[in-house]
Design a protein around this ligand. Structure first.
Ligand code: ADE
Length: 225
């Protein structure tokens, strides 16, 4: 899979993309990540990428021209399955969406900033707007990082333990069971006996019960789906 990220702040991505699972996915050549500075596609001497909104109002609007040039240059090099705009008013991102998106070969993530992007970017280029939650971030970069991370970890081969990504919270609309490691007794707080029993069947039953209890207590909306 290849992900191209269009942003005004490419430096924000270096730490996140250079560590942990994302770094591993890239090193294993299971994922290609490319960031593009939208400012590189401006043509004026001040590299202006935003302007005042027509009709007035607070905040600046990201201009269509540099974004269009950047998108079109990338499209001239390969075919893209989808162009996603990071926006608080977009489709809510969740595990199902991550699973769907991870099947695609080439995608672009466009990071909005300021008051938003010129609406014609949506009309002419964007396949779908995506939101990572009902709150407003100062830009789409953190959303693009979250989405990239969620996609990378479910690409087959990225996580060594093939079953691990499948048993994540949300993967079956249930939250995960609690997990424990050594010591079995920390200041009198003991790991549940069943986990030390060696009885795989009992352990599996206990985990399922914990998942159901946890989901009922914290996210009953998931059980009603
Ligand atoms: N940009 C600003 N807020 C956002 C959000 N919640 N999700 C995606 N992109 C955003």
């Amino acid at each position: 899979m290849r992900i191209d990220i269009l942003t005004l702040f490419p430096d924000m991505f270096t730490g996140v993309f250079g560590n942990s699972i994302l770094k591993r996915a890239v090193d294993k050549q299971l994922l290609e990540l490319h960031t593009h500075n939208i400012r590189d596609w401006t043509t004026d001497k001040h590299h202006k990428a935003d302007d005042y909104p027509f009709g007035g109002g607070a905040g600046m609007v990201m201009m269509i021209e540099p974004i269009a040039r950047c998108i079109e240059e990338l499209q001239s090099e390969r075919t893209y399955d989808a162009i996603y705009l990071m926006a608080p008013d977009g489709t809510p991102f969740n595990q199902h969406k991550a699973n769907q998106m991870s099947m695609l070969n080439n995608i672009m993530l466009l990071c909005g900033h300021y008051k938003g992007v010129d609406e014609r970017v949506r009309e002419l280029f964007v396949t779908e707007d995506i939101s990572i939650g009902d709150y407003v971030l100062s830009g789409g970069e953190i959303a693009a990082m979250a989405i990239t991370d969620a996609l990378a970890r479910i690409i087959p081969g990225v996580i060594n333990d093939g079953t691990s990504a499948l048993s994540d919270s949300f993967q079956d609309d249930l939250l995960s069971a609690p997990v424990y490691t050594r010591p079995a007794d920390f200041r009198g707080h003991r790991v549940p006996d069943v986990l030390l029993s060696g009885n795989d069947k009992l352990i599996a039953e206990w985990k399922m019960e914990q998942q159901l209890q946890r989901t009922q207590a914290r996210r009953p909306d998931l059980l009603n789906k």
